[in-house]
Design a protein around this ligand. Structure first.
Ligand code: F6P
Length: 364
């Protein structure tokens, strides 16, 4: 019997369970594979006692439309930066990757599938360099991984953001207001841009293009005539003024290295008021509603394709690669290439040209 370990790392994302189920169902056709899931990314392997679960057909039955991940996840720490408490009570990190590889050998693990975004795939690459038989599956609602046409979970987030724009349009029109809808997107504005186009927003502000508040004001004023009018602005959480920086709170959770973004919609309202914009404004922060809940059909299908292909890459010993969607095929790309640069919106992005053609202002 051979053994495969699955881990889900980073923020959760609709479709994680559908990938797990696809790997398990495909593997069970081979008869000689046992599949284990490590609880909370690789923590389950590193913890004493170990926390892993057996994933068989029965365990994964019907999970393809469940949100979250049945093996839990974390975006704190990891084998290369394991948090430890020093004698003085402060926290620091240690590299436990060698311990982990030894533990995996002791557990007779032949291969690992790591489902995660850029941070998790950076860990995959480093583990591969240490000799681990590992394959990556690209996960992120932000769609910021290059080397794949798209990541699972992203379209579900776009759907949720678009439905929110639709809802805000009716209340904005009824009250002659401007609504700021803050969506996720740390460094990449894909969710915001897609939701703005799909929902018919007037302004879309994304991290890739720091905005000029006077341009935003001008675009919004065009929507008002004799005091009447309305508009919806879709703003990515990582967007910022050309003279400022991202809005975030310091996060004190042990091992959490990200900036905790949030608050740009409120800041935008203050900046517009300071710039002399007089109409009513309100903000809605969508937050984790974009990450929870069921994946839409597109993401379930994509997750199933990623899962089946990832297991077939294990069978072919294509380690050190990430499964990627290059329409219409699913292919293996080196992890090193997959993490080399993020997938960001640029002026050449086709959807940017569409947004411009529709008259959506991006505030520059
Ligand atoms: O990376 C995906 C993402 O959804 C970002 O857009 C967001 O900034 C982050 O996760 C939020 O993470 P957390 O759940 O740790 O607050």
């Amino acid at each position: 019997m051979k053994r495969l370990l699955i881990a889900t790392g980073g923020g959760d994302c609709p479709g994680l369970n559908a990938v797990i189920r696809a790997v398990v169902h495909r593997a069970s056709q081979e008869k000689d594979w046992e599949i284990l899931g490590s609880i909370q990314a690789f923590n389950g392997v590193l913890w004493e006692p170990t926390e892993v679960v057996v994933l068989d057909d029965e365990k994964v039955s019907g999970i393809h439309f469940q949100g979250g991940t049945i093996i839990e996840t974390t975006n704190k720490g990891g084998p290369f930066s394991w948090p430890v408490k020093d004698k003085d009570g402060n926290w620091s990190t240690v590299d436990r990757s060698d311990d982990m590889i030894k533990k995996l050998q002791y557990m007779h693990i032949d291969a690992v599938i790591n489902i995660g975004g850029d941070g998790s795939q950076t860990i995959s690459q480093k583990l591969y360099e240490k000799g681990l038989n590992i394959i990556g599956v690209p996960k992120t609602i932000d769609n910021d991984l290059s080397s794949t046409d798209t990541t699972f979970g992203f379209q579900t987030a776009v759907q949720i953001a678009t439905e929110s724009v639709d809802k805000l349009v009716t209340t904005a029109a009824s009250h002659n207001r401007v609504f700021m809808l803050e969506v996720m997107g740390r460094n990449a504005g894909w969710i915001a841009l897609n939701a703005a186009v799909a929902g018919g927003a007037e302004v879309c502000l994304i991290p890739e293009f720091p905005y000029d508040i006077n341009k935003v004001k001008e675009a919004l004023e065009e929507r008002f005539h004799y005091g009447r009018g309305f508009a919806v602005v879709v703003v990515a959480e990582g967007a910022h003024n050309k003279n400022g920086e991202m809005v975030y709170q310091e996060n004190k959770e042990i091992g959490y290295e990200n900036k905790q973004l949030g608050g740009i919609a409120r800041k935008l309202i203050s900046e517009l008021q300071e710039a002399g914009f007089k109409h009513d404004m309100r903000e809605t922060v969508l937050g984790h509603l974009q990450r929870g809940g069921v994946p839409i059909a597109y993401d379930r299908v994509l997750s199933a394709q990623f899962g089946v292909k990832a297991f077939e890459m294990v069978l072919n010993s294509e380690f050190g690669n990430m499964v990627a969607y290059h329409h219409p095929e699913f292919v293996a790309v080196p992890l090193k290439k997959a993490i080399a640069k993020p997938n960001l919106v640029t002026k050449k992005t086709a959807l940017m040209k569409t947004a411009k053609g529709l008259g959506i202002s991006i505030g520059i």
